[in-house]
Every structure is written in structure tokens, then in C-alpha cells.
Design a protein around this ligand. Structure first.
Ligand code: TXA
Ligand code: MG
Length: 321
């Protein structure tokens, strides 16, 4: 299959989606691989292109918040909290795990009784989904377990020849996948850290962090995920890391300062800005991964706000099988 990469692709994307194809679209977090969420044979194309195991459920993107009631149910006890959170964060980088309705295919939820839903605020994504007029299942547009794409060129690297279309909307704003929460017992369970930080969520209610686990309710919580091909270690301070001689080491740094011994250096943010660091993270990791290094050394960030979300992705890049 020939993969088209175009920036004015809204019309073409809608056409292909209507034909039951999977197409890559920009969102404010990372690029997604979208297909008609209510059509099993369309969703199958996502799993095929990504080589994604069937046990990993997909996020269902909705044209409007009002669509929630057609694919999910919000419990009475969570209703008020849900309304306050969506009022603040939708459209945006925020996903809710809710009880599913029967209309959602089992393939999308991996047989779970819940479904993850989000409304994206990316201009191109909004145009496509509103013109399409229904929910789109869309995981990140990378092969399973790999680094999420934050630019159209990354999607091409991952899925060239496997999908008909990539709509180029430029680099994504946040650079990290959406925050995923479940609302249970009037508390906010944080299932995946992301652009909406724990601190922000805490303004709306009690937050319980559900860490990565080997027995995930959600397989995206598997410790190994977001893995580059190159071995990666996580350190507090690269200045005190002794680069082994004869080894080609790359550095993904947070702290300023010299980096003797490293053959490639990428700085997450020269001005120590967490928002900028998040936006750069996957691009830098991808670039370092392409340099055929023996080792990537990554510096841990302060474990607060977006720093905690970035550390989460870095530690999963370490925990490789
Ligand atoms: O920002 C994002 O969320 C991007 C863009 C494209 O929207 N999407 C994304 O999808 O990151 P993906 O498939 O790479 O990660 C989705 C994760 C799953 O791996 C799983 O952990 C969680 O969402 N998920 C999906 N359905 C779930 C459910 N019913 N219960 C718990 N977690 C669920
Ligand atoms: Mg993903």
C-alpha cells in the first residue's frame, strides 16, 4: 500500500474513514491512528497496522462531549465530578474510563466492561471527526510498544506502506499522550500520567495514583512501553555518570552543563521549562535511537507536575523485556 502524506487532508481522511480505512491524524498530544470506532472491520485495520495485541483497548474519540451518553454511562455518584472535569479539560488532552454501552465493539474495549473516551481539541482532528460525524477509535500512531509519534514524519517512519494516509498537522503541542482517569467512589484514579497533571486534578477532588502494574486493568499501564530500540538508563545527574570507554553513549539531559564523553546530546529544555521538555521528549528519544548508540543515558526530571509524567515515560523506556 502506498502511504500518502498531506497537510490539506481533511476531506481525504473523511472519505477513507467512511470506507472503513485507518488513517493517521494529528491531535494535541501525539498523532493517532483513527478508524470508525463502531465498525469492527475498520478497527481491525488499526490492530493490523500497529501489530497491536488484541488485549490492549483503544481510546474512543468523540465529535462532541454530548456523544458520551451514546457510548458510555456515567454513574450517578461520578456525574458531578465528571461534569466539572470535562467542563475544564474538554476538548483537550484528557481521557475518561467509563462503563461502556453495548454499541461499542468488544474489539475496541478488549472485552472490558469499560470504554476510554476523549474529545480532542486539535483543529484538524476536530474538523475530521465532526465532518465524519461519529466516534473514532485512535491509539497512538506507532507500532506497538514503540515511541509515540509527535510529528507526521515519525508516523511515516512507523507505518509507511501500512496505512493509506497521514494528515500532517505539524508537531503536536503537548508531546505526551493524554492523561487517563477513572472516577470511582467519588475519587479520581489516575491511570496514566499526562498533560493534565496530578496537581491540576487535585483541585477537583481526591486523586489516587494507580501505578504501572504487571496485571493491568489497562495494558497501557504495562511497565514496558514507549521503548526505543537502544538500551536506556535513567540517572539523577549525568555529570556523575562515567561514560564507559569504547562505548558510544547518547545523553538526553534535563540539567544544564557540560556532558563530557557523550557523542550525542539532546537537551529537553535549555530554559528548564517542563512544557517544552514534554513537547521535545519523544522527538529527542527517537533521534537518539536512530544514531546506533550503545546506550542512551537519560536524566530524571523533578518528580512534580509534568516532570512526573515525563519520568513515567522515561522509566517505561528503561523497563524493556
Ligand atoms: O493522547 C492520547 O491518548 C493518544 C491520542 C491519539 O488520542 N492516544 C493514545 O492511545 O495514547 P494508546 O492506545 O496509545 O493508549 C491508550 C491506552 C491503552 O493502552 C490503555 O491503557 C488505555 O488507553 N485504555 C483504553 N481503554 C481502556 C479501558 N477501558 N480501561 C482502562 N484503560 C484503557
Ligand atoms: Mg500508545
Amino acid at each position: 500500500m502506498k502511504t500518502e502524506l498531506i497537510s490539506n487532508g481533511v476531506q481525504r481522511a473523511v472519505e477513507l474513514l467512511r470506507q472503513g480505512e485507518a488513517v493517521a491524524l494529528p491531535t494535541e498530544t501525539v498523532y493517532g491512528l483513527a478508524a470508525d470506532a463502531l465498525r469492527e472491520e475498520a478497527v481491525l485495520k488499526i490492530f493490523a497496522a500497529k501489530a497491536r495485541p488484541r488485549f490492549d483497548p483503544l481510546i474512543v474519540h468523540l465529535p462532541e462531549p454530548e456523544w458520551v451518553e451514546r457510548v458510555a454511562t456515567v454513574s450517578d455518584s461520578a456525574r458531578e465530578l465528571f461534569a466539572r472535569l470535562t467542563g475544564e479539560f474538554w476538548p483537550g488532552p484528557m481521557t475518561f474510563v467509563l462503563r461502556r454501552q453495548a454499541i461499542v465493539p468488544d474489539l475496541v474495549t478488549a472485552g472490558l466492561e469499560t470504554v476510554a473516551v476523549r474529545v480532542s481539541g486539535h483543529r484538524v482532528f476536530e474538523e475530521v471527526i465532526q465532518s465524519f460525524g461519529g466516534p473514532l477509535a485512535a491509539p497512538s500512531a506507532n507500532r506497538f510498544g514503540r515511541i509515540s509519534p509527535t510529528a507526521a514524519a515519525h508516523v511515516l517512519e512507523e507505518l509507511d506502506g501500512l496505512i493509506p494516509l497521514i494528515v500532517d498537522g505539524g508537531p503536536t503541542t503537548h508531546g505526551l499522550e493524554s492523561t487517563i482517569v477513572a472516577l470511582r467512589n467519588e475519587r479520581i484514579e489516575l491511570l496514566r500520567r499526562g498533560p493534565v497533571t496530578q496537581e491540576r486534578l487535585a483541585e477537583f477532588g481526591e486523586v489516587v495514583v494507580v501505578g504501572p502494574t504487571q496485571h493491568p486493568e489497562a495494558p497501557g499501564q504495562l511497565p514496558m512501553h514507549y521503548a526505543p530500540g537502544t538500551r536506556l538508563v535513567l540517572v539523577d545527574d549525568a555529570a556523575s555518570f562515567a561514560v564507559p570507554s569504547q562505548r558510544r553513549c547518547g545523553l538526553l539531559s534535563w540539567k544544564p552543563g557540560a556532558a563530557p564523553g557523550f557523542v550525542e546530546v539532546r537537551r529537553l529544555s535549555e530554559r528548564q521549562n517542563l512544557t517544552e521538555a514534554a513537547a521535545n521528549l519523544f522527538r529527542h528519544l527517537r533521534e537518539l535511537d536512530a544514531k546506533r548508540l550503545d546506550l542512551i543515558v537519560a536524566e530524571r526530571l523533578p518528580d512534580e507536575g509534568l516532570g512526573a509524567a515525563i519520568n513515567d515515560r522515561l522509566s517505561r523506556a528503561v523497563a524493556r523485556a
